[in-house]
Design a protein around this ligand. Structure first.
Ligand code: AMP
Ligand code: MG
Length: 343
């Protein structure tokens, strides 16, 4: 029955012909499109097929919950409630609470209330345009995360505001997948949500997972790889969604809430490595908007994540906690940022 349903939905779970563990167990993989991106799941263990199947179904559920366009989603309901509190799922409460905490932690650089401005640029539909300064200024009056009210089961936003969870939802989904894997006693798994990678344990052969870091100036190449166990490796970059304006300039999808324009504060990409996918996803967007200097200060103050910055002029900076796990794949020399500033 389940196989039939899976085939009908155009996706298959692939029990790979490789074994893992001792005694040998099957590796199960699934590749599909959800949350606006290509997703691939891989798990090794006796219960891998059930785990991958449940994880994929759960990603579809979260996609639906967090969709801005699906009229039955939590986010759509919140955005169209005319300012009234809306009963929402625990997932929505949790992800919005983390987002609001990141808004405070980033000094406002991370903001889930930018949706009206993102729409004006066409990032929500692909009908790109460069809005007038006055239009952006007017729309920015309707963006203020501090006006979002969250209780244990409801969310309310003022009638003139709308939310978008695109900067954090994939990390949240990755964490949920890891929990499902653990519940099925899987100890080796990896999920890739459009370049956001989360690894459980190590590879089936016991070595660390290796995650490639895309070169933002040549997205088919890598600047390097990082070796990780039980970590999320999440990137925000100016190459992920952008258009070239009539003026020949590149306009990308991460906005600086201070001026409603693509954040251009010295960074081409930010990769965050840490334990929580939700936090790493929010952080990667936040740090990109903050820019190089504030990102380094943020890392020094925080201490529970590592990062790889590629600057707009092509430089590479790693924080010291990830330097030993990094293997360069390009000739560009990289700098290591130390916890304490050297005199
Ligand atoms: P990510 O790829 O995780 O960095 O998320 C980028 C997406 O987050 C964009 O496509 C927008 O939907 C949304 N976004 C853009 N700028 C911001 C920002 N400063 N804070 C939060 N979300 C943003
Ligand atoms: Mg993000």
């Amino acid at each position: 029955m389940r196989k039939a349903a899976i085939i009908m939905s155009g996706i298959c779970l692939i029990p790979l012909l490789i074994a893992c563990g001792n005694p040998p167990e099957a590796v199960t993989a699934a590749d599909f499109f959800a949350m606006d991106t290509y997703i691939s799941l891989k798990a090794c263990g006796r219960d891998a097929e059930a785990a991958v199947s449940e994880a994929r179904d759960h990603i579809y559920t979260l996609e639906h919950t967090f969709s801005v366009t699906d009229e039955t989603s939590d986010v759509w309901q919140i955005n169209h409630a005319g300012g009234q509190p809306v009963n929402v799922s625990g997932d929505t409460v949790s992800v919005i609470r983390t987002a609001l905490a990141m808004n405070r932690e980033s000094g406002g650089a991370f903001s889930i209330s930018l949706y009206p401005v993102l729409r004006a640029w066409g990032f929500t539909t692909g009908s790109y345009r460069i809005p007038q300064d006055s239009e952006i200024r007017d729309l920015l009056r309707h963006t203020d995360d501090t006006r979002i009210a969250v209780s244990d089961s409801t969310v309310a936003v003022p009638a003139d505001m709308q939310l978008d969870l695109g900067a954090i939802a994939k990390g949240y989904a990755g964490d949920a997948v890891m929990e499902i894997m653990k519940r099925h006693r899987i100890d080796s798994a990896i999920v890739n949500l459009g370049g956001n990678v989360q690894a459980l344990g190590s590879r089936p052969d016991g070595t660390a997972w290796t995650v490639g870091i895309t070169d933002p100036f040549a997205p088919d190449s890598l600047i390097g790889t990082v070796a990780v166990r039980d970590k999320a490796v999440i990137t925000s970059g100016h190459y992920e969604r952008y258009f070239i304006g009539e003026d020949g300039r590149r306009y990308w999808h991460i906005l600086d809430p201070a001026d409603g324009r693509p954040a251009d504060n010295g960074l081409a990409s930010v990769t965050v490595i840490g334990v929580s996918g939700t936090r790493c996803d929010a952080l990667s967007t936040a740090l990109f908007a903050e820019g190089t200097q504030r990102a380094v200060e943020h890392w020094r103050e925080s201490g529970n994540f590592e990062m790889i910055l590629v600057t707009s002029d092509g430089g590479i900076l790693l924080t010291e906690g990830i330097a030993d796990d990094y293997t360069a794949k390009s000739d560009i020399p990289y700098g290591v940022v130390k916890r304490h500033e050297e005199q």
